[in-house]
Design a protein around this ligand. Structure first.
Ligand code: SF4
Length: 939
């Protein structure tokens, strides 16, 4: 029974025996049931196996699931730490309702029935009174594909709001402008050159699945290039570390692009076939012959200023090094794999052009959708269809999609407090879900002001697995499960291949395996700790109570087909989905002698069969283009299709708006019909007519936009510096790791990285206190001298600085207690105590040896939304000075009247809708909860 194996074989998961390492040197055998689920601690959704002790019925630990195609049995530290979140002595275990003033810390324990009835009554009133826009669902970590969209659609509410504009709006816009997909899917495993604009190896968007493939490729000889002003773990592991000045990355990339063209190592035939060069020539060089032979010189002229020597001045990277990088890239056509998500894209004004310029290198090297190249996310991410769902909405919520930002990739989430403040609307019922905007977003005190004001937010329901700075000011705190306590389906573009992962409440599944009754009337909170629930069943029950008699037309979307007149259960929902909409799953399940649902409950993930490389080259037959009009550029247009290019100012708009999803089916290339890309031209768009038509003609092609923190604009001889406040570390989650003792023991400090030369010049002693002065206030942090950062730049990880105002609640493992004083528009936060040991049901709380809880720096940042993408431009232009008398570590002082001034200044940079055709937004652009086309008219 003790043979060695990398992982327990699947056929023994229901009864796995092993020796208890903790009993050593005695040989004590333990019996476990292994239940698969997926991790919920970052966006990668790696596979986990819960080891459930058959003696106690409790989860003993989490390890990797070898059946998961993306994570392949491996996890980062945050995966196994799910156990800490399950067992955390201070987690929220029961539904709570506020019993005093908001933020007073007085709570009443209520049952789920009362919580559901009270919230449902509010929403029903709002809907029957036509106040649909007053219901909002604001999500931080979605961790699922489409479930909540389905709920909001059924309610008829355009109320989806997300965290995306503090994360990835810019990168998404950059990628979408090229290829119609808003995320890169990098085939790192097969790449020969890997280009990362981030600390991707330790904090990548799909951290563990990406990191293991990058390292494998490097082991096989791939060259890894990392652009980061900070010597991250990735920078130190890379073959080339390029610490460019923050905000100059696009310049660097365009200099490399120009060198590829100059050297003739660009892939002409790929560009000829798949890039909309005709439009580029017609728009930028109308006097030249519109033939491919004109393109090379046109590109050299277009990018004439991006010489290596000029790039050396702007970026700080030596011209010789830039030439060397270009040679490496040019020598590996088709095998250039790149990625940018947050980092420079999220830090800078114009950061969206970083992704656009990076993907330009993929285009020039013909590394698009190739083995070892970079694909569009839609080719590798697989989203199964929900069993049934309401049609698209006919409403448009300007609180999330304001007319000032027609091209914003996602909701203008960071501006919500300002919009409420200036009376654009109010919220009746506001759900925050796994989201902590008071702590995560910039301008946290503006959030606090809005959330405390019942005239702005009538009722705030926090759906959360943990206490948080935001939940503290809610009206209801409703405990939702972590990765081992909930159902979700998720799939991500982690590598060249499609898969789905199935998250499940492992103790519910264990009950089923051990023969306990689990049926359609069961609820997951009966199996989880306390009354911790999951959103799937919560939304079904809530919707049922909003529309108990079906008169609002909502109930039918939540009704069982198997048991008419009763609510649908999770088994029916996922059973139908897995049986009907996942290619190959029914066959694989039949081979295993199982139903598709049982197969997924048993394995936790499924690799969807099929080759995903270069789908744009797929042939399209005559049937698919029946009834289409073929335009002069070879694009087959369906009558009424959004995205029509007819060269007129009315481009993309037809008198009759198209049904959604009715894209052009094909493009003709060299006499053959091909699938192409989901862009208006069906090709890769070197020239974006959309950007031109919607008011940004100067940014139609890949371009460098000087950042709001461009170094040449700063007083570097004085005390001005660039602050990078965004970098992640591999062992913490944005806001939920406060509940993990292992993670906080490893990581609980975030000193300010500062180059020794800067520290000397600015009079900052080693480990000394530093005052960082921003546009709206200041904070006080300790310094860490390191040569691992470019002089002129300072940096602090964004994870730390968690706080609580109450002595007991929300303490967990990382929340220092603070006192907050409000005087007019001035807010002052001062640390009252750091971490210290305390007694609890977990003996480890008595062993807390660290005191530091960090500094909440985001509070001192104003909103800085990029006028095109809507992305918060996180980097800060700051003054770095020694702490002043009276300053204490952790102090934060902010004036929210100055944050409002800053908001108005950035708002003035926008170029509002309507765009062509009187529209709010280009019809072909992606949008969560995409409404029907008629809602796009700006009336
Ligand atoms: S990378 Fe780590 S935190 Fe993210 S899903 Fe995987 S194991 Fe969980």
């Amino acid at each position: 029974m003790t043979e060695l194996s990398a992982y327990p074989p699947h056929d023994r998961w229901h009864d796995w025996h092993e020796l208890d390492a903790r009993a050593w040197p005695r040989k004590v055998e333990r019996h476990y049931t292994l239940v698969p689920t997926t991790c919920f601690n970052c966006e990668a959704a790696c596979g986990l196996l819960a080891y459930i002790d058959q003696d106690t019925g409790r989860i003993d630990r989490f390890e990797g699931n070898p059946e998961h195609p993306a994570s392949r049995g491996r996890n980062c530290a945050k995966g196994p730490a799910t156990l800490n979140q399950v067992d955390d002595p201070e987690r929220v275990l029961h539904p709570l309702k506020r019993a005093g003033e908001r933020g007073s810390g007085r709570w009443e324990r209520i049952g789920w029935d009362r919580a559901l009835d009270e919230i449902a009554a509010r929403i029903r009133n709002a809907l029957t009174e036509g106040r649909h826009h007053e219901v909002m669902y604001h999500v931080g970590r979605p961790g699922e594909d489409g479930y909540t969209d389905r709920v909001l659609k059924a309610w008829g509410v355009d109320g989806h709001n997300s965290h995306t504009n503090v994360c990835s709006s810019s990168a998404r816009l950059g990628y979408q402008s090229w290829m119609g997909f808003d995320r890169p899917s990098s085939d790192f495993a097969n790449a020969e050159v890997i280009f990362l604009i981030s600390s991707h190896l330790e904090a990548g968007h799909y951290f563990n699945p990406h990191a293991q493939r990058i390292i494998e490729a490097q082991g096989k000889g791939a060259t890894v290039i990392c652009v980061d002003p900070r010597l991250s773990n990735t920078g130190s592991k890379a073959d080339h570390w390029l610490p460019a000045w923050p905000g100059t990355e696009a310049f660097l990339l365009l200099a490399i692009a120009r060198l590829l063209i100059e050297a003739g190592t660009w892939q002409r035939d790929f560009v000829r076939r798949w890039v909309n060069w005709q439009t580029f020539l017609a728009e930028e060089y109308p006097e030249r012959p519109c033939e491919f032979a004109s393109v090379e010189q046109a590109l050299l002229d277009h990018y004439s200023e991006y010489t290596p020597e000029r790039a050396e001045h702007v970026t700080g990277i030596a011209a010789g090094h830039i030439r060397q990088i270009a040679e490496v890239i040019g020598a590996h056509p088709g095998r250039f794999s790149s990625h940018n998500w947050r980092a420079a894209g999220a830090g800078n004004l114009g950061g969206w052009q970083v992704a656009r310029c990076l993907f330009f290198l993929n285009v020039l090297t013909a590394s698009v959708g190739t083995r070892g190249g970079t694909s569009g996310n839609g080719w590798n991410k697989f989203v199964p269809t929900a069993p049934k769902g309401a049609p698209p909405l006919g409403r448009w919520n300007e609180l999330s999609w304001p007319p000032e930002y027609p091209l914003a990739h996602h909701e203008m989430s960071i501006l919500l407090p300002h919009f409420l403040n200036e009376g654009r609307a109010r919220l009746d019922t506001y759900f925050s879900r796994v989201y902590n905007p008071v702590w995560t977003n910039p301008d946290g005190f503006a959030w606090l002001e809005a959330l405390k004001d019942p005239a702005k937010v009538g009722c705030h329901v926090a759906l959360t697995p943990t206490w948080s700075e935001t939940a503290w000011f809610a009206d209801y705190v409703l405990p939702m499960g972590v990765g081992a306590e909930r159902h979700d389906v998720a799939s991500f573009e982690t590598h060249a291949g499609r898969w789905i992962g199935f998250r499940q409440p492992v103790l519910r599944r264990y009950a089923q395996i051990t023969g306990q009754e689990v049926d359609a009337s069961s609820r997951t909170h009966q199996f989880n700790p306390g009354e911790v629930w999951e959103e799937n069943e919560f939304w079904i029950d809530l919707s049922w109570r909003i529309d108990p008699d079906g008169s609002l037309g909502i109930r039918r979307w939540f009704e069982s087909d198997e048991r008419p007149g009763e609510p649908i259960g999770v088994d029916e929902y996922y059973g139908t989905m897995f049986a009907e909409s996942v290619p190959g799953l029914a066959e694989a399940a039949a081979t295993a002698g199982q139903s598709p649902l049982e197969y997924m409950r048993d394995r936790g993930a499924f690799a969807v069969p099929g080759d995903t490389y270069q789908p744009y080259e797929r042939a399209i037959d005559e049937v698919a283009v029946a009834g289409c009009h073929r335009d002069e550029l070879g694009v087959y247009r369906r009558p009424g299709t959004a995205g029509t290019f007819d060269g007129s100012p009315d481009a993309y708009v037809r008198t009759e708006l198209a049904p959604l999803g009715d894209g052009s089916p094909a493009v003709e290339i060299d006499g053959e019909r091909k699938e192409g890309f989901p862009t208006p031209s069906k090709k890769l768009e070197l020239f974006s007519t959309t950007l031109k038509d919607w008011g940004w003609p100067e940014y139609s092609t890949p371009t460098w936009i000087p950042s709001h923190v461009h170094w040449e604009d700063l007083d570097l001889e004085g005390d001005e510096r660039i602050l990078l406040p965004t970098f992640r570390i591999p062992t913490l989650i944005h806001t939920r790791s406060a509940n993990s003792k292992w993670l906080n023991e490893i990581s609980h400090r975030h000193p300010l990285w500062i180059h020794p030369s800067d520290a000397e010049k600015l009079g900052i002693p080693p480990e000394g206190l530093v005052r960082i002065t921003t546009r709206i206030g200041h904070f006080v942090i300790t310094a860490w001298r390191t040569e691992g950062i470019r002089p002129g730049v300072v940096a602090a990880s964004h994870h730390m600085g968690r706080w609580r105002t109450d002595g007991a609640k929300g303490r967990s493992w990382s929340g220092g207690r603070v006192e907050i004083v409000n005087d007019g528009s001035t807010w002052t936060m001062r640390r009252a105590e750091g971490m210290h040991p305390y007694p609890s049901d977990d003996a480890d709380t008595g062993r807390i040896w660290w005191n530091d809880a960090g500094v909440h720096q985001n509070l001192a940042f104003c909103v800085q939304p990029d006028p095109v993408s809507g992305m918060q431009c996180w980097h800060q232009r700051v003054r770095v000075t020694p702490a002043e008398p009276g300053d204490r570590y952790g102090d934060v002082v902010v004036d929210t009247s100055r944050s409002r001034e800053a908001y108005l200044e950035w708002l003035a940079l926008t170029r509002p809708a309507p765009g062509p055709g009187g529209l709010r937004r280009p019809l072909w652009y992606a949008r969560p909860l995409k409404p029907e086309a008629s809602a796009y008219r700006l009336t």
